[in-house]
Ligand binder design. Structure first.
Ligand SMILES: [Ca+2]
Ligand SMILES: [Ca+2]
Ligand SMILES: [Ca+2]
Length: 616
C-alpha cells in the first residue's frame, strides 16, 4: 500500500509536461526546418539571427542549445542525431532558461557617472514588516542585497549613552489621522508606544550583514543611506564601526566639493555612505517642525482586476501638499531628531569624512532646492507627494537637477503597512533612487522588480538618453509634454503551463480545473499606460489563448510590460495565478518562455507563459 502511494506522488511531481505545439510554434518550425521533420543547428541559428537582427547568434551557440535540449529531453549524453523534432523545438521554446524573454547579462555602458543610472533602492531596509510594529533585523537587508538592491537605508538611534542601534524612530503624532487610519486608539498614549514598537537591531549586525551580502549578486557599488539621530560622540563611534567593518571597501573623497561622480564600473566592490553632514542635522534639529499634512489616501490597494489609477493626483489632492519647503525637511532623515543634544560641541570629523554623497538640506523654496550647483553634487530627498508637486510645477528643473545630482523619493508617512507608490513618475523625471519598501509586496513593487530585471539584474539601469540630453539652448526633456508614439509592440499571449506542478490540484477550484485569463499591458509614460485582457479559458491547466495585443509606445525606453494571470470565479474574488513585469527595451523578439512570479516576487518553479513579442 505504501509503495503504491509513493508511486502516485512520484507520478504527480515528475510528470513531464509537454503540451502540443500551438500553431505559431508549428509555423516557425516549418518555416525554418524548410518543411522537413527536423531542424538542424544551422537552421536554428538562422532563426535566432532573424529574431535578433543578426546579433550574437553563432553556430556554436545553436549547437549548444540543440545538444542541451536533447540531453534534457531524452536524458542521453551521446546523440545519434544533432537536430530537433517539432516536439524538441517546442520543449526548447518552453524552457525559461534556454529561451528567456530578456537577457541575463550586464550589457549597458557602466562607465558613466553614478548619477546617470537608476539605482535599485530600499526604504527602511531593516524592517521585516509594517512601519509601526514589525521587528528590525539584518535579514531583510541581506535579502534585499541578494535581490540586487544597491541602496539600503539605516536609521541610527542612541541605545543608552554609549551604543547605537538601528530602529524605525517614530512617527509624528500629527501623522495619525483617523480618516486615514481608522483606529480609535490614537491618543498621546499611543504616540508614546509608537516610538518603541519596532524592536531595534544592533548596528554592528547590520553592517556585517551588508558586508557579507553586498556583492553576492552584483559587483556594482552599494550605497548606505543613513538617517542619523545621534550625538557627535555616537557619530564618532559609528564612524569607527563603519571604517572597521568595511575597511578598503569604503569609498570616500577628501574634498567636500565633488563635481562629477565616478562610474559604477570604477566603484565596483565599493561601499558608499550617504547622509547629511553633522552640522546640517543640528540645523534640522533647530528648525521648527510642522504638521506635514500627509493625509492623502493610500492609492496602492491590492484590488485585483482594478485598472491602474491616474499617475498624477487630482488638483485638489495636490493642493493639500503645501509649497512650503519645510515639508522637504519632513524627510525621514529629519523626522524627529529632537533628543539630539545641541549643546554638545560639534566634533565628528571622522564621520563627516566618510560621507561620499552629501544629502543637502535645501534652504528656501522647492525651486531653490532644485537649483543646480556647478561645484557640488547633492542628494535631495522628496516624498512621493512632493515629487508630484515638483514635476507638475517645475518639470524641467527636476530633469536638470537629476542630470547631475541625486534625487531620492521616499514613501509618504502614512504608508504604515509598508505599501509602495507608483514609481513611473520618478523614472520619467530621472530620479535615481526611488526608495521602496521591499517587504511590502504589491503591484508597485512588481514594477520596481521588473525595471531592475534590466541590465542583467545588477541593480543599475542606465537612464535613457532623452533624460540626459541638453539642447543647444539648454532645453531639457519636459515630463509634462505629450509626444507621439515611437514604437509599436505586439504581444501575443499563446499559452500557459506549469500550474499543475506548482499548485495543489484544488488550489484554484475545488471541483474542476482552473479558469485562467491573462491581463497584459504597459506601465510607463502616462500616455502609454493601458491594461488589456484575454478571454477566460475554462477548466484547463494548460490554457491556450492565442490572442494578440498591440501597444503604441511614446516612451518605449521606460515602458514596462505588465503580465498578470488570474483565475476566474463567478461567485467570488478571482484567484491569483502569477505575474511578471519586463523592461520593454530588453524584450527579445520571437516566441519566448516567460517565467511567472508569486505576489512577493519569488519565481515559481514551473509556471510560465509562452508569448510572442514583435516590434513593428
Ligand atoms: Ca477559483
Ligand atoms: Ca473551473
Ligand atoms: Ca474558477
Amino acid at each position: 500500500m505504501g509503495t503504491y502511494r509513493m508511486c502516485l506522488v512520484f507520478t504527480r511531481k515528475f510528470r513531464v509536461t509537454e503540451p502540443d505545439p500551438v500553431d505559431d510554434v508549428r509555423n516557425v518550425f516549418q518555416k525554418y526546418a524548410e518543411d522537413e521533420a527536423h531542424m538542424s543547428p544551422e537552421q536554428l541559428q538562422k532563426l535566432m539571427a532573424d529574431e535578433t537582427g543578426g546579433e550574437g547568434s553563432s553556430l556554436e551557440e545553436a549547437e549548444r542549445i540543440v545538444d542541451e535540449v536533447l540531453r534534457r529531453k531524452h536524458h542521453i549524453a551521446k546523440f545519434t542525431r544533432r537536430n530537433l523534432t517539432i516536439e524538441d523545438f517546442n520543449y526548447l521554446l518552453f524552457s525559461t532558461d534556454l529561451n528567456p524573454p530578456i537577457d541575463d547579462k550586464v550589457h549597458q555602458n557602466m562607465d558613466a557617472p553614478l548619477s546617470h543610472y537608476f539605482i535599485f533602492t530600499g526604504h527602511n531596509s531593516y524592517l521585516t514588516g509594517n512601519q509601526l510594529s514589525s521587528n528590525c533585523s539584518d535579514l531583510p537587508i541581506a535579502d534585499a542585497l541578494r535581490r540586487g538592491v544597491r541602496v539600503v537605508e539605516l536609521d541610527l538611534w542612541p541605545r543608552g549613552n554609549d551604543d547605537v542601534c538601528v530602529n524605525h524612530g517614530r512617527y509624528n503624532f500629527t501623522l495619525f489621522n483617523t480618516d486615514v487610519f481608522p483606529w480609535t486608539l490614537f491618543d498621546h498614549c499611543w504616540y508614546q508606544k509608537c516610538r518603541t514598537l519596532t524592536k531595534p537591531v544592533k548596528l554592528g549586525k547590520c553592517l556585517e550583514s551588508i558586508k557579507a551580502n553586498a556583492f553576492a549578486t552584483s559587483k556594482y557599488p552599494v550605497i548606505i543611506t543613513l538617517e542619523d539621530h545621534l550625538t557627535p560622540k555616537l557619530q564618532c563611534k559609528v564612524a569607527k564601526m563603519i571604517t572597521q567593518t568595511f575597511g578598503d571597501m569604503l569609498y570616500y573623497h577628501d574634498s567636500e566639493s565633488c563635481k562629477e561622480f565616478p562610474s559604477p564600473e570604477e566603484l565596483k566592490g565599493k561601499i558608499l555612505i550617504s547622509t547629511k553632514p553633522p552640522k546640517e542635522y543640528l540645523e534640522a534639529n533647530d528648525a521648527k517642525e510642522k504638521d506635514n499634512g500627509e493625509k492623502g489616501k493610500d492609492s496602492d490597494e491590492d484590488v485585483w482586476g482594478k485598472e491602474p489609477e491616474e499617475l498624477i493626483s487630482t488638483r485638489s489632492e495636490l493642493e493639500k501638499v503645501s509649497t512650503n519647503i519645510n515639508y522637504i525637511s519632513q524627510d525621514d532623515e529629519d523626522r524627529g531628531s529632537r533628543d539630539f543634544d545641541a549643546s554638545c560641541p560639534l566634533q565628528a570629523p571622522e564621520y563627516k569624512r566618510l560621507i561620499a554623497i552629501h544629502a543637502g538640506k535645501p534652504k528656501g523654496g522647492l525651486r531653490m532646492a532644485l537649483k543646480v550647483d556647478p561645484n557640488k553634487i547633492r542628494r535631495l530627498s522628496l516624498s512621493e507627494q512632493l515629487l508630484e508637486k515638483a514635476v507638475a510645477s517645475y518639470g524641467a528643473d527636476v530633469i536638470r537637477f537629476t542630470q547631475k545630482n541625486f534625487l531620492r523619493i521616499y514613501p509618504k508617512g502614512t504608508r504604515f503597512n509598508s505599501s509602495n507608490y507608483k514609481p513611473q513618475i520618478g523614472w520619467m523625471s530621472g530620479a535615481q533612487m526611488i526608495a521602496f519598501n521591499m517587504q511590502g509586496y504589491g503591484r508597485a513593487l512588481w514594477l520596481m522588480q521588473g525595471m531592475f530585471r534590466a541590465n542583467g539584474g545588477c541593480g543599475y539601469v542606465k537612464k535613457p538618453d532623452f533624460l540626459m540630453n541638453v539642447g543647444p539652448n539648454g532645453q531639457v526633456f519636459d515630463p509634462n509634454e505629450n509626444s507621439s508614439p515611437k514604437k509599436t509592440l505586439k504581444v501575443k499571449v499563446l499559452m500557459g503551463d506549469g500550474w499543475h506542478l506548482d499548485f495543489k490540484k484544488t488550489h484554484f477550484d475545488l471541483y474542476s480545473p482552473p479558469d485562467f485569463y491573462v491581463r497584459v499591458g504597459i506601465a510607463g509614460a502616462p500616455a502609454d499606460e493601458t491594461m488589456e485582457k484575454t478571454e477566460v479559458k475554462y477548466d484547463t491547466w494548460t490554457p491556450i489563448w492565442n490572442q494578440e495585443f498591440t501597444f503604441k509606445l511614446t516612451v518605449p525606453e521606460l515602458a514596462l510590460l505588465r503580465v498578470e494571470v488570474h483565475e476566474y470565479d463567478a461567485n467570488e474574488k478571482d484567484d491569483f495565478g502569477g505575474q511578471t513585469c519586463l523592461p520593454v527595451s530588453e524584450l527579445r523578439q520571437g516566441i519566448r518562455a516567460v517565467p511567472l512570479f508569486n505576489r512577493k516576487g519569488v519565481k515559481y518553479s514551473c509556471t510560465r507563459l509562452l508569448m510572442r513579442f514583435d516590434f513593428v
